[in-house]
Design a protein around this ligand. Structure first.
Ligand SMILES: NC(=O)c1ccc[n+]([C@@H]2O[C@H](COP(=O)([O-])OP(=O)(O)OC[C@H]3O[C@@H](n4cnc5c(N)ncnc54)[C@H](O)[C@@H]3O)[C@@H](O)[C@H]2O)c1
Length: 443
């Protein structure tokens, strides 16, 4: 322990994972964790469970699993709670969402049937295409109080040592930051006055932070990305982060775009379109919810390609993103990309991608990793925005004066170096001159 890194309290006892939204992503996540715990599956896609981390020099051969290197909660210690306006238990919801096969659900059916959603803080003003009867009543301030009571009761009843909250509920309509989001005082006044600028997701985030529960936002909603809530999180020493799980097409973009830029290949166009038929797709069929998602998806290329620094290569890039609700596809999204690449002497080339992906299968391991890493962050005393977890998000939250880092590989380096720093290991710079110095000294 020599780099001023924090002391980490050990992950003793149970970790409660609280999920606003018990839909496709949340149920696929819970079912998967239980299947892994029962030895029926392997946690594919989860960096915390399957990833390794190199420590020290390449010649040292130290490559532990991440979960053996940093003190993460054990999967057997996770318990799950949720809120949803639709009263279906996790089994019924998973059956309706249709992500997992009936045979896979049958193997964990007893476990899923026990998870029943608490009444949600929900309003159709913010998610137009949904409705459900399992909803709390009261002013926004009272709703926040009710959520806080839910959190305390859950912790008590489930005998949890710690909690984390991961937003897995629908995408809300597009909201711009306004005066009510500027300070904790303005926000709390807004709760009292039922200010329309305070969306349900913000009430969950506020309740979580007030109960000292880390909050991660899996949707593109503004939610905790406002001064009021990141100041509150910093003051109360609670880690927060978001936004929008990085899966599917945006994951592909943040894999490919850094490669084009690394080779100084130009781009004149990137057209992305999707068809999907799940409930998320239906919600995104509403133009106001789509706008929230569109903003989240469009920012990625701008930040990776830096057109102001490279005007000849990326100054005229035409970037378009469409999402089309197409019920026959269910959760099995199809994402097409047409990429117009510009090479030597301006010669054009094209790349076509057709990604037949499964949205919730890609998102579920992200929920797991976020739950475990946000819990780790809290035990390490890291509070406020957790930029080192940008790896998981389409629109990573950062300190106000910073631009977000979208390049998946830079994000991974930052994540792993943060883990090394937490555990008192040297960060890896990839400079590597010492290998050659040693060689030349020896010969
Ligand atoms: N699957 C992916 O790949 C992916 C990627 C990035 C982001 N997301 C986001 O994750 C979220 C969940 O996706 P999904 O496919 O599970 O959607 P889903 O529609 O299957 O599930 C969302 C659930 O949230 C519930 N809900 C809506 N408002 C709520 C509220 N205020 N409180 C509590 N519950 C509420 C809905 O009733 C629904 O059951 C969406 O916002 C989606 O945009 C998903």
């Amino acid at each position: 322990m020599s780099n001023g890194q924090p002391k980490i309290t050990p992950p003793t006892g149970k970790l409660g994972v609280l999920l606003p939204g018990l839909g496709a992503v949340a149920t696929t996540f819970i079912a998967g964790v239980e299947a892994v715990r029962r030895g029926a599956s392997v946690p594919v896609g989860s960096l915390t469970q399957m990833g390794t981390i190199r420590l020290g020099k390449r010649t040292e051969g130290r490559m532990p699993l991440i979960r053996e290197f940093v003190p993460l909660a054990d999967l057997n210690d996770l318990v799950f709670g949720a809120w949803d306006p639709i009263p279906d238990d996790a089994l019924k919801s998973a059956q309706t969402c249709g992500v997992l096969k009936e045979s896979d659900l049958r193997a964990v059916a007893d476990f899923l049937a026990e998870i029943k959603p608490m009444p949600a803080v929900f309003s159709r003003d913010y998610v137009k295409k949904l409705d459900g009867p399992n909803v709390k009543k009261g002013s926004k301030k009272e709703l926040a109080e009710q959520l806080r009571e839910d959190i305390r009761r859950f912790k008590d009843e489930q005998k949890c040592d710690r909690l984390v909250m991961v937003w897995c509920a629908s995408t809300e309509v597009f909201l711009r930051p306004g005066p009510v989001h500027e300070s904790v005082e303005a926000f709390e006044k807004g709760l009292e006055n039922d200010d329309p600028g305070i969306a349900p997701s913000m009430i969950y985030a506020y309740a979580a932070i007030m109960e000292d529960v880390p909050f991660a936002n899996g949707a593109p909603n503004l939610t905790a990305d406002i001064p009021a809530l990141y100041n509150l999180a910093r003051d109360r020493q609670v880690p927060i982060g978001g936004k929008d799980f990085k899966t599917g097409q945006t994951l592909m973009k943040t894999i490919l775009a850094p490669g084009f830029k690394a080779r100084m290949l130009g781009l004149s166009g990137w057209f992305s379109t999707n068809i999907l038929g799940n409930r998320d797709g239906e919600v995104l069929d509403d133009p106001e919810s789509f706008k929230t998602k569109e903003e989240s998806k469009l920012g990625v290329l701008e930040y990776i390609l830096q057109p102001k620094l490279y005007p000849e290569l990326y100054g005229d890039l035409y970037h378009k993103v469409r999402i089309n609700y197409y019920p026959p596809r269910g959760d099995n999204k199809e994402g097409w990309d047409n990429i117009d690449v510009v090479g030597w002497l301006g010669y054009p080339m094209q790349i076509k991608i057709d990604f037949l992906c499964r949205d919730s299968i890609l998102a579920a391991p992200i929920v797991l990793d976020l739950a475990l890493f946000f819990d780790l962050a809290q035990r390490a005393g890291m509070s406020g925005v957790q930029e080192w977890l940008s790896f998981y998000f389409k629109s990573p939250m950062t300190a106000p004066e910073l631009y977000p880092e979208h390049d998946l590989f830079i994000q991974l380096t930052k994540l792993k170096n943060t883990l090394r720093w937490l555990m008192g290991e040297a960060p890896i710079t990839h400079l590597g001159t010492e290998y050659y110095d040693d060689y030349y000294r020896d010969v």
